[in-house]
Design a protein around this ligand. Structure first.
Ligand code: HXC
Ligand code: NAP
Length: 264
């Protein structure tokens, strides 16, 4: 993928990526490091976090804590700030998801996903506030199109991501002008745990492609590029925004553009 972003775009910045030990968020952490930032990534599994740090390179820190636990999350952030200095960039990307009908979902199953995604985002953002380099800090939450467009079998994740969209907007208002708070809403992204869970078989995948304006899934690197842009000085006047990186998925079902099939 060609990037328009300059190599030293984030030089001297410190980034903390919650949920940065795999998938999209790891891709974001790697891109931050390539662009010159010092990076700490956090997940529950300490070995996975260590592996991620090695993969990122550039002296990245791999930490372990659960975003559902405010004190543990705060401690990870303090460790990152002790190692690298005040935080310029914080990404809240930890999430859980599985397909289940509401009727087959226990209250604890619903709560588990809401706690990881929504409470986790509050904990990450609330916890980092006094560790941020201000003014100029950039916070990013990873949300999803399901925040707006309901999706059967994901009542927990849809509700949680909808809540995250409002956390982004409220904190952008409360914490501006010192801190910018934005979201990225990825569409289906290839080679991720998320899409393994949501579209496990080739038939479901083909149906997905058909409906997307760009007729393909996105790449992790394409989402990472959005995070780098939002964290840079080029986005200095962007706050409270939710950037769709979804190939037009949220526009609706693009399979209808084939007139030979008529309107359905
Ligand atoms: C029904 C299920 C279930 C399933 C778990 N539960 N899986 N219920 N169908 N497939 C229930 C359990 O029975 C339990 O309820 C409750 O959920 C908590 O389960 P635990 O296993 O104890 O939870 P925990 O160990 O905390 O693990 C959390 C997890 C797990 C979400 C269940 O899958 C996980 O760690 N996921 C992280 C990785 C991930 O999901 N990545 C994809 C993100 S993709 P009971 O009542 O039995 O106690 C993504 C896409 C976004 O977010 C696009 C859409 C918004
Ligand atoms: P992933 O690989 O499963 O990444 C999830 C990350 O969060 C891992 O690092 C995981 O590490 C960590 N994590 C999970 N629960 C945690 C907890 N309670 N506390 C701390 N860390 C936790 O998922 P992905 O598919 O790349 O998705 C990444 C983000 O993009 C999520 O916010 C997701 O909702 C969003 N998104 C994804 C897609 C997609 O196509 N995949 C589409 C739209 C939005 P541990 O397991 O070690 O904790």
């Amino acid at each position: 993928m060609n990037s328009a972003l300059k190599d030293n775009l984030l030089a001297g910045k410190v980034a903390f990526v919650a949920g940065g030990t795999s998938g999209i968020n790891l891709g974001i952490a790697k891109r931050f490091a390539q662009l010159g930032a010092k990076v700490a990534v956090v997940g529950r599994d300490p070995e996975k976090a260590q592996r991620a740090a090695l993969e990122i390179g550039s002296g990245a820190l791999g930490l372990s804590s659960d975003v559902r636990d405010y004190d543990a999350t705060r401690k990870s952030m303090e460790q990152a700030a002790e190692a690298f200095g005040p935080l310029d960039i914080v990404v809240s990307g930890a999430a859980g998801n599985f397909l289940a009908p509401a009727i087959g979902m226990s209250a604890n199953a619903f709560k588990t996903v809401v706690d990881i995604d929504l409470l986790g985002t509050f904990n990450v953002f609330r916890g980092c506030y006094d560790l941020l380099k201000r003014p100029g800090a950039s916070l990013i939450a990873i949300t999803a199109g399901q925040a707006i467009n309901p999706s059967p079998l994901q009542v927990h994740a849809c509700a949680a991501k909808a809540g995250i969209n409002q956390v982004i907007r409220v904190l952008a208002m409360e914490w501006g002008p010192d801190v910018r708070v934005n979201g990225i809403s990825p569409g289906p992204i290839a080679n991720t745990e998320g899409m393994k869970r949501l579209a496990p078989d080739p038939k479901t995948q083909a149906a997905h492609f058909e409906r997307i304006a760009m007729r393909r899934w996105g790449e992790i690197e394409e989402v990472a590029e959005c995070a780098a842009f939002l964290s840079s000085a080029s986005a200095a006047y962007i706050s409270g925004a939710i950037l769709d990186c979804d190939g037009g998925s949220q526009l609706g079902d693009a399979s209808r553009r084939d007139l030979s099939r008529g309107m359905v």
